[in-house]
Design a binder for this molecule. Structure first.
Ligand code: PLP
Length: 420
């Protein structure tokens, strides 16, 4: 209607353009407000607490007085603020600059990038590795580069969003099997025999439940049906398995898992970055074809320096990883003794299962009032009726920190009727 008015109006061409631009913005704002309101109405609005200190077990949070005990970071080994990791990052920043202002294949590859890739492949005992700006990018870039319409990908239904998005981008035939259900995977593998390549894709450890993929069974099905195995090790690299190599080491199948994607942004220093490690020919192909690698900037030197030192520390000794294991056991057993139900198996992700969304939310608020930062998750992030508070243990929590957390849970649980 306004278009017709414009035609007959005495406005100059410049005024017409400005009017149209304002109308477009007004229309956008109307659409966005409706969308934002629907998120608020659904109770799924995510707000962010602002930390005013380094990441670690003890943090300061804007608006809260005093120190807060942090139990919700993926800082499994406490390396995000390890002095040697920080020093290594600073040295790399000094020597190699703030960044490359380039993608890798134009003029963005430094010796530190090549060294880190070599170190990652040695850590995982694979042939080669390729760095990305994040594991989200590594997952977004691998399936499209590797699989064609002749191939098939079989994905656990609870895989991380980045795997789901990566699979959406590829043209392979897609199968989604029920979470960790080997009968369903086998049925889907049988159906997928008609395709050229088959790739089974799973998270090694699932972040909402702290459960671990049955890799032994997956690998033996993969052998039976001549399939490749891909795992996302974001919640495993650095701390699962006797030497922290991940779920494949934990379950004794390092030689049977073909491709590993993981992050530098959690246990390995926590800065940023991700990677794929696996057969050399695959890594060569990713350097030629993987779009997030080809068309995005190189990892900044400081980030490379931090991750490289984190890997050195882990390759020197498994003491940090083992300390995380002991603390996880302490938390899980004390919480079970107090009467709570904790999902998952021996993983530092310890979901305290509460059922009702409201209960999880008020208990998490009360925990923060007692100086303990934990997060409640409810539908649609987890299934209806399975609301929980997710606690994440780190090697740098002291035994006293863990005991304080359990005591606070017990008090708050009794107050809200989650415990008798
Ligand atoms: N995969 C899993 C299982 C994750 O939990 C995450 C991060 O939350 C990612 C991939 C993405 O990792 P990044 O933060 O390096 O992009």
């Amino acid at each position: 209607m306004w278009g017709r008015r414009l035609l007959s109006s005495p406005l100059s061409p410049g005024q017409c353009r400005a009017y149209r631009a304002r109308a477009a913005l007004a229309q956008l704002s109307h659409v966005l407000e409706a969308e934002l309101e629907s998120i608020r109405g659904a109770g799924t609005w995510k707000s962010e607490r602002v930390i005013t200190s380094k990441q670690g077990p003890h943090i300061h949070v804007e608006g809260s007085r005093g120190g807060i005990l942090n139990f919700c970071a993926n800082n499994y080994l406490g390396l995000s603020s390890h002095p040697e990791v920080i020093r290594s990052g600073l040295e790399a920043l000094e020597k190699f600059g703030a960044g490359l202002s380039s993608v890798r294949f134009i003029c963005g590859t430094q010796n530190i990038h090549k060294n880190l890739e070599e170190k990652i492949s040695r850590f995982h005992q694979r042939e080669d590795a390729i760095l990305y700006a994040s594991c989200f990018d590594a997952n977004a870039g691998i399936f499209e580069a590797l699989l064609t319409p002749e191939d098939a990908v079989l994905s656990d239904e609870l895989n991380h969003a980045s795997i789901i998005d990566g699979i959406r981008l590829c043209k392979a035939n897609k199968y989604r099997y029920k979470h960790m259900d080997m009968q369903d995977l086998e049925a889907k593998l049988q159906d997928a025999q008609k395709h050229r390549l088959r790739l089974v894709a799973t998270d090694g450890a699932f972040s909402m439940d702290g459960d671990i993929a049955p890799l032994k069974e997956i690998c033996s099905l993969a052998q039976k049906y001549q399939a490749l195995v891909f795992i996302d090790e974001c919640h495993a690299t650095g701390f699962l398995g006797p030497n922290g190599r991940g779920t494949d080491e934990l379950l004794g199948v390092m030689d049977q898992v073909d491709i590993v994607n993981s992050t530098l942004g959690k246990a390995l220093g926590g800065a940023a970055g991700g990677y794929t490690t696996g057969p050399k020919a695959l890594i060569d192909l990713l350097r030629q074809r993987s779009r997030p690698y080809l068309f995005s900037n190189s990892l900044p030197p400081a980030v490379v320096g931090c991750a490289s030192k984190a890997l050195d520390l882990l390759m020197e000794s498994n003491a940090i990883a083992q300390s995380m294991v002991a603390k996880t056991r302490r938390f899980r057993s004390k919480m079970a003794a107090a009467g709570f139900s904790i999902s998952g198996n021996d993983h530092p992700i310890c979901p305290v299962m509460l059922g009702e969304a409201r209960l999880a939310s008020v208990m998490a608020d009360d925990m923060l009032e007692r100086g303990i930062y934990v997060i409640g998750f409810s539908y649609p992030v987890v299934p209806k009726g399975k609301a929980r508070i997710r606690v994440q243990i780190s090697a740098v929590h002291s035994e006293d920190d863990i005991d304080r957390c359990v005591e606070a849970f017990t008090e708050v649980g009794r107050k809200h009727g989650a415990l008798p």
